[in-house]
Write a protein that binds this ligand. Structure first.
Ligand code: BDP
Length: 647
C-alpha cells in the first residue's frame, strides 16, 4: 500500500493476499439481501425475556430453559429486539445485570421453506453482547464469542423436522467480560459481610461507556438455494478514466457451477461483465466513489450482480446476489492520506452506538438523524469508536460518502494479563471477522486495531506488532492504525502503523482549567510524534465535557463556553499543522453517551457536541462553521449545498 515501486505486480500480490485472507474463515458473511433467489424474514419486535438471577446465573442451563417455551420455566417479560435490555424497565437490578439473559420467540415460516429441500434457511444475529448461544426447537445451532459482529447458522433441517410446529428460537446472551474478551473486563467478588451484602460482586471495566447488553442488532431468517454465492471480495482501482474492479466469487454447495457477473451503473446500465468466478471488470469513463464534500456527486455506487447457475446432487439452482461497489483507491505517504490519489483531510467525529432507552440497540430513526446531523455540520468522516458499528450504518456511509475508520472492540486493554496469547488469539479472530464483514465497503478506508491500550507494558510490542501485521496481511489494500493516548510515556505499537492516531485532553485531564496551555502542549505533541515516526497524524480525540445549559464567562470547566474555547484553541494548532503532516481531526464526541456511574460522570460522558437527544450545544456551531470552511478550502461542494448551509 505504501508507494509500491512496481504498482502492477504489487496490486496483484495485494489482491492475492486479500482473496486468500478471505478464505481464512470457513465461510463468507455477506449481508443478507433479498433477490429473485433469496428471501429475508426480519424477527424484530417483541421477544419473551428472562434474566437468570440465580446466584451462579446457571439455572437456565441446569433446568434446560431452551427445551420448553420460556414462559413455562418461570416469569417472562416483553423485550424489544433489537435493543439493549438495560434501560427498558424500572428495575435497577436489570439495568446493572451481569450474567445470562434468555430471549425467545416463535416464528411461523413460509410453507415453501419447509417443503423445498433445495432451500437453505439461515438464522443470522446482527450482533448480541457479549457471548451468545442459539437454539432452534431446543437444539443448539451455534454459539458466538463477542459483541458487535454478526454470526449465523443453518437451521433448515430443524425447521423441517416437525413442520406442524412453529419454529421456536431461543437465544441466551451473557455480558460477562473477562481478561480475554474484547473489550476486557473482570468480575470482582467482595466477601466482607460487614460492608457488602452476601454474594456482592462488581464487573470492573476499563473503558468509558456503559456495557449495554442484549440483542443489539436485527435477528433474521433468510434463504438461499443449497448451492449459493457464499462470499464476494472486491478490490478497486483506476488508471486515468478507466476503473478496475478486481473480484472473486466463492461458491458453496455446488458440484458444478457457472457464474455471470454484471456491473451496472446507477441507471441500471451494464458497464462491464464476465463469466469467470474471479477476474477484473474494466469500467470506461468511471464514476469514482468520492467522499462527501470532496466532489459534487459523492458516494457513487455501482451494482455488481452475481448470478450463479449451479447443480448439486439434489437439483439445479440459480442464486442471485447484488453487491454495491464503490470504485476508489486509498494510499498513504509520510505526510498525506490520499483518496483517489488526492489529499483527503478528515474533518469528522467519533461516535458511539448509544441513545436513550435503546442503549446500543439498532434504530433507523436515530441512524438517519445522525447522518443528517453529520451532513449539517459538514463532517466528512467518523471513527467507529470503540467497536464495529452496524453494517447498515456502513451502507449509509457508502451511499453518502462518509469516510470511516473501522475500529475493532480492542478498547480498555489495560491489564498485563490481557496481553497473553489467549487474548491475542481472540483479538486476531475478531480482526478476521471484522475484515470479512467490512472488506467491501468503499467508505471504510482504514482499520483501527485498538484504542489506548496500556502500550507501555513490556508485552505490548509483540502483541501489537503481531496484530497489525496480521491485519495488513488480511487486507493489504487499506492502512492500519491503532489509537494512542498522547499522555502515555511510550507507545510500542506506533512503529508498525501506517497512520498515527493520537488522543489528547489538554486543559482537561491534565492542567484542568488552564486553557492557555493548549497551543504549546498540542504543538509539542505533534512535533514529538512526527519527529519520531515521520508518519501522518490524525488528532483522533480531543474535547471537553459540557453540561448543556451550563454557562460561565470567563469560561469554566463543564460549561458550554469552556468546551467551545478548548475546541477553538486546538483548531488554531490544527490549522498550522495541517499544512505539514496533520491529516485529520475527529472531535470527542459527536453526542453525549452513557457510562458507568462515577464521580467524573454526570449521568454519562458529556463531551458530546450534541446532547444524547441530538440537540446542538454551542460547540456544534463552532464545528459546523469550521468544517464547512475546511470543505470549501479542500474539497468541492456539491451544487445543491450553499455555504453556510442548512440541510
Ligand atoms: C479517551 C477514551 C474515550 C473516553 C474519553 C473521555 O478513548 O473512550 O470516553 O477519553 O474520557 O481517552 O472522555
Amino acid at each position: 500500500m505504501l508507494s509500491p515501486e512496481r504498482p502492477g505486480l504489487f496490486r496483484v500480490l495485494c489482491l492475492f493476499a486479500l482473496f486468500e485472507a478471505a478464505c481464512l474463515l470457513d465461510t463468507g458473511m455477506l449481508f443478507p439481501r433479498e433477490s429473485s433467489s433469496r428471501e429475508v424474514k426480519e424477527l424484530s419486535g417483541l421477544w419473551s425475556f428472562r434474566a437468570d438471577k440465580s446466584p451462579d446465573r446457571n439455572q437456565g442451563f441446569d433446568k434446560a430453559w431452551y427445551k420448553s417455551r420460556l414462559w413455562e420455566t418461570g416469569p417472562v417479560i416483553d423485550m424489544p429486539v433489537p435493543a439493549s435490555y438495560n434501560d427498558i424497565t424500572q428495575d435497577p437490578t436489570l439495568r446493572d445485570f451481569i450474567g445470562w439473559v434468555w430471549y425467545e420467540r416463535e416464528v411461523v415460516v413460509p410453507a415453501r421453506w419447509v417443503t423445498d429441500e433445495g432451500t437453505r434457511v439461515v438464522i443470522r444475529v446482527g450482533s448480541a453482547h457479549y457471548y451468545s448461544i442459539v437454539w432452534v426447537n431446543g437444539v443448539k445451532v451455534t454459539e458466538h464469542n463477542g459483541g458487535h459482529l454478526p454470526f449465523e447458522a443453518e437451521v433448515g433441517s430443524l425447521i423441517r423436522k416437525d413442520p406442524t410446529q412453529p419454529c421456536r428460537i431461543t437465544i441466551a446472551v451473557n455480558n460477562t467480560l473477562t481478561l480475554e474478551t474484547l473489550p476486557p473486563g473482570s468480575i470482582q467478588h467482595i466477601d466482607d459481610i460487614t460492608k457488602y451484602p452476601k454474594g456482592f460482586f462488581v464487573q470492573n471495566i476499563y473503558f468509558d461507556f456503559f456495557n449495554y447488553a442484549g440483542i443489539h442488532r436485527p435477528v433474521l431468517l433468510y434463504t438461499t438455494p443449497t448451492a449459493y454465492v457464499d462470499d464476494i471480495t472486491v478490490v478497486t482501482d483506476f488508471l486515468d478514466n478507466t476503473g478496475r474492479v478486481n473480484y472473486k466469487v466463492s461458491v458453496q454447495g455446488a458440484t458444478t457451477a457457472t457464474v455471470k457477473v454484471t456491473l451496472m451503473d446507477k441507471d441500471g446500465h451494464c458497464v462491464a461483465s464476465s463469466t469467470e468466478p474471479f477476474g477484473v471488470l474494466k469500467v470506461v469513463d468511471v464514476n469514482l466513489w468520492w467522499p462527501y464534500l470532496m466532489h459534487e456527486s459523492p458516494g457513487y455506487l455501482y451494482s455488481m450482480e452475481v448470478r450463479l447457475m449451479a447443480a448439486n446432487e439434489r437439483s439445479t439452482h440459480e442464486d442471485v446476489y447484488t453487491l454495491p461497489v464503490g470504485i476508489r483507491t486509498v494510499s498513504v505517504t509520510s505526510t498525506q492520506f490520499l483518496i483517489n490519489k488526492k489529499p483527503f483531510y478528515f474533518h469528522g467525529v467519533n461516535k458511539h452506538e448509544d441513545s436513550d432507552i435503546r442503549g446500543k440497540g439498532f434504530d433507523w430513526p436515530l441512524i438517519v438523524k445522525d447522518f443528517n446531523l453529520l451532513k449539517w455540520m459538514g463532517a466528512n468522516s467518523f471513527r467507529t469508536s470503540h467497536y464495529p458499528y452496524a453494517e447498515e450504518i456502513l451502507q449509509m456511509c457508502d451511499r453518502h460518502g462518509i469516510v470511516v475508520i473501522d475500529e475493532c472492540p480492542g478498547v480498555g486493554i489495560k491489564d498485563i494479563r490481557s496481553f497473553r496469547n489467549a487474548s491475542l488469539n481472540h483479538h486476531l479472530d475478531v480482526m478476521d471477522e471484522l475484515v470479512r464483514r467490512d472488506k467491501n465497503h468503499a467508505s471504510v478506508v482504514m482499520w483501527s486495531v485498538a484504542n489506548e491500550p496500556a502500550s507501555e507494558m513490556p508485552p505490548a510490542e509483540f502483541y501489537f506488532k503481531t496484530l497489525i501485521q496480521h491485519t495488513k496481511a488480511l487486507d493489504p489494500t487499506r492502512p492500519v492504525t491503532y489509537v494512542s493516548n498522547s499522555h502515555y510515556a511510550r507507545d510500542k505499537g506506533a512503529p508498525y502503523v501506517d497512520v498515527i492516531c493520537i488522543n489528547s485532553y489538554f486543559s482537561w485531564y491534565h492542567d484542568p482549567g488552564h486553557l492557555e496551555v493548549i497551543p504549546l502542549q498540542l504543538n509539542t505533541q505533534f512535533e514529538n510524534w512526527y519527529g519520531k515516526y515521520q508518519k501522518p497524524i490524525i488528532q483522533s480525540e480531543y474535547g471537553a465535557d459540557a453540561v448543556p445549559g451550563l454557562h460561565s464567562d470567563p469560561p469554566m470547566m463543564f460549561t458550554e463556553e469552556y468546551q467551545k474555547v478548548v475546541l477553538q484553541s486546538c483548531h488554531d494548532v490544527f490549522d498550522q499543522k495541517r499544512k505539514q503532516y496533520v491529516i485529520g481531526e475527529l472531535i470527542w464526541n459527536f453526542a453525549d453517551f452513557m457510562t458507568v456511574q462515577g464521580i467524573t460522570r454526570v449521568v454519562g460522558n458529556k463531551k458530546g457536541v450534541f446532547t444524547r437527544q441530538r440537540q446542538p450545544k454551542a460547540a456544534a456551531f463552532i464545528l459546523k462553521e469550521r468544517y464547512w470552511r475546511l470543505a470549501n478550502e479542500t474539497g468541492r461542494l456539491p451544487p445543491w449545498t450553499k455555504y453556510p448551509c442548512s440541510l
